[in-house]
Design a protein around this ligand. Sequence first.
Ligand code: TTP
Ligand code: MG
Length: 517
Amino acid sequence: MTEEDDTTWTETFSESDGDSVVTADDRVILHFDLDCFYAQVEALLDPSLAEVPFAVRQKQILITTNYAARAIGVPKNGLAAEILKNFPQLKVVCGEDLREYRRYSQMVHQAIKTELGPLCPVERLGMDENFADVTAIVDGKPSDSAPPGWVFGDEKLGGCARHARLAAGMRIANRVREKILNVTRLTSSAGIASNKLLSKLVGGCHKPGDQTALLPGDAPALMSQLKGVKSIPGIGHSTANLLKTCGVETLTDLKNIDAASLRPHFNEETARRLKELACGIDRTPVKMSEKAKTIGLEDRFQRIDSADGCKDKIKWLLGRLAELIADDGRAPKTIKVSVRSLSRDSRESRQCKVSPSLFSALKTTNSLSQDSLKELLDTCMGLLEKTVDVKSKFHLTMLGVSVGDLVEPVSADKSIAAFFGMGAGAAKPKRKAEQHLSGAGDSLKRSREVSGGGDVQQRCPDGWDEEVFRSLPVEIRQELLSSRAAGAGSLSPGEASKNRNKKCKNNSILNYVVKNK
Ligand code: TTP
Ligand code: MG
């Protein structure tokens, strides 16, 4: 027996984390999962679906079904042909356009963050899941009223501080689910436990539209309900196969195996983590989700074997990618093309730098300018030709385009005016969530115009340095003037300078333009 073989679920354990000691079981972690996410979004877009059993299809797969379909025995997902053999009347809607799902996913994440405030990290997992660590905002004070939702195993909450903190977590989870419902009209389920693994697992116990908490001592009972190692989130097909070669198929096998026996396939850290997960122990923190480092999309197909075919596909990908970049609001500095050839069966990528200005049309529209599209298409074809000899025979089964090195824009809705805190009185562009609430029909339209007509003459305002002003690009001059005309005019340059928000760096444009700072 090694030290790790003694790892069984214990109610408290501590790990040294630099100067601080983290007692993992004292955390209160929430996991939120939207109910039949894509199906709910489809039903919002087409209310006639609301009461009807239906499935959402992507290519040959039914990727989800609504709960009305699940109630009559339709599985949650699977091959369309097989499911439709058994349920020929099942309504099927196409779910290949991900834009609305992404938009709702973003709204949900934002709603959770807003409801919980800055003390609680919120981590997004995929499209429809979020973890939140609410440890900082729960207290151990007992309350007279029973918290909303369920407790795993129908256990009763006691009066101790730990149970009181769990009860507080249950109240918070319920509040957050109500917030999600109010903002998006989507129902969700939640799990409340002491770590990410357990909160995710227990959250599935009362789906849809409800929540379940786990008392710390009941982790072994929850874990014992799991079937194979793949029912642990994070253990996928390939890890399961590797474990199988070590003789591990069940969670009990994993708990009992000597960590050294896992070492041929897993490093020490991974072997330890796998064994801990089997015991319901998960020390990973909830990390505040940051903006994506790259934005991309790819398409798989049976065959593309001509340069024109590649060009058409890349052009289509660039069009869709432009919408994602517009949604994100940042401008990329690199672009990457990825391919998979039938002959090599592994993906290959090539990337290069691009000018962020190629994406400037996305400040006000959802698409690239014709010139930019042409230039990006040529760039992508150049990258493609570094991996594929398009003059010889070839057979691609996947093409992808992504962008990276994303930089915050210096205009449009992150406008110079906003940047300098000059927005008082200026009509701000609507945020996406507001767009949604004010009219679903407009949901995909963008509203990023800089407010105010601006001074087309571009005369340098009094108090601004004419020479510096004239040296600025026309677009930036126009924007400074527009902002000023739309409400910042009441600010003297000195005031504008004082009111700059924290993001304003010393070398910002206004610092150069405004005299007498
Ligand atoms: P899930 O949360 O797994 O499923 P769900 O939200 O549809 O249903 P549940 O109520 O059981 O949580 O996945 C979220 C969405 O992700 C789902 O609506 C469709 C999509 N999805 C895929 O695109 N591919 C997949 O293989 C799966 C499982 C889901
Ligand atoms: Mg879900």
